[in-house]
Design a protein around this ligand. Structure first.
Ligand SMILES: [Fe+2]
Ligand SMILES: [Fe+2]
Length: 296
């Protein structure tokens, strides 16, 4: 008997299933607005953070964690912000508020979630480093793009767990990329799903475009943010910060690095930075995981 052709899941199927995409927390929008306001100050950020008790608690836990190695315990949010610096606090607030959203969507598939988080946070950190080297106007937007670039995988993980598991299995067994393996269950891909999510959250068009094209080699020709993302994604994977089902020995099109126009020593510096970005990603995962457990 002829085998029935398998029905693949389309982008519309994903959109229908994800009919209640969690909204971004209010705090994320506040922080993103502050990022765009050149006159904003550390005090503005503090005013936003104190409105969210759980976020404030997480920031204080982070600041007092062994990672920052401060000589004494800090009990005051303003002091914490002053110590860490405005730029760093903005990144932490974005990371802490988005990890909450990611956890909600992924429906707590713990192991794959941890890998996903580590990869996304490392790519975000590298994106910011590259953006600063390039002198881009908005390094925080680059950070946000890195944090969200694989968010489509989270929707697959949470809303299509069986199919997502089949993709991961196929990728691992055939030693192929996650993108190639997606076709065992989906006619769409995590980049398209993620771009749809980012658009639903009214994120800037540059962020949506970079997410949408992050596996399209050559998409960086007239877009530095996409070139930075392609490179940062590769750097994270090649140093072992990989999502489930992604291969660490993935192909890299050197033209993306050339497009960035940075000196060769920056390449090695970014590769070496993966370990420190991984360390902070791990602390954030622990702090937020512990806070959630306390809340149960
Ligand atoms: Fe990806
Ligand atoms: Fe990625």
């Amino acid at each position: 008997m002829a085998k029935q052709p398998r029905t693949l899941i389309t982008l519309q199927d994903v959109q229908r299933r994800v009919d209640t995409l969690p909204t971004l927390p209010e705090i994320t929008s506040f922080v993103m607005n502050l990022l765009e306001d050149p006159d904003s100050s550390a005090q503005d950020v503090s005013n936003v953070i104190v409105r969210d008790a759980s976020l404030s608690a997480q920031i204080m836990k982070l600041v007092n964690s062994a990672y920052f190695g401060l000589p004494q315990k800090i009990a005051d949010l303003n002091r914490a912000i002053a110590l860490l610096g405005y730029g760093r606090i903005k990144n932490l607030v974005l990371s802490l508020s988005l990890i909450r959203v990611f956890r909600t969507i992924s429906k707590k598939q713990r192991e794959d979630f941890s890998k996903f988080w580590e990869h996304s946070a490392v790519v975000a950190g590298l994106m910011k480093r590259v953006a600063l080297r390039l002198g881009l106007e908005d390094p925080e937007q680059a950070f946000l793009t890195g944090l969200l670039h694989d968010v489509g995988k989270i929707a697959m993980m949470g809303y299509f767990p069986k199919e997502y598991a089949a993709v991961v299995k196929a990728a691992e067994e055939k030693k192929e990329s996650f993108v190639d393996a997606e076709s065992v269950a989906f006619s769409t891909g995590h980049a398209a799903v993620g771009a749809w999510m980012a658009k639903s959250w009214n994120l800037p068009a540059d962020v949506v475009n970079a997410i949408s094209s992050h596996h399209d080699e050559g998409s960086w020709d007239d877009d530095l943010l996409s070139a930075a993302l392609y490179f940062s994604d590769y750097a994270a994977r090649s140093r072992g910060a990989v999502c489930a089902g992604s291969c660490s020995s993935a192909h890299f099109d050197e033209r993306a690095w050339t497009r960035l126009g940075l000196p060769q020593e920056d390449y090695f510096e970014m590769m070496a930075a993966v370990d420190s970005e991984r360390a902070i990603a791990e602390v954030i995962l622990q702090v937020t995981g512990a806070t959630e457990a306390e809340a149960v």
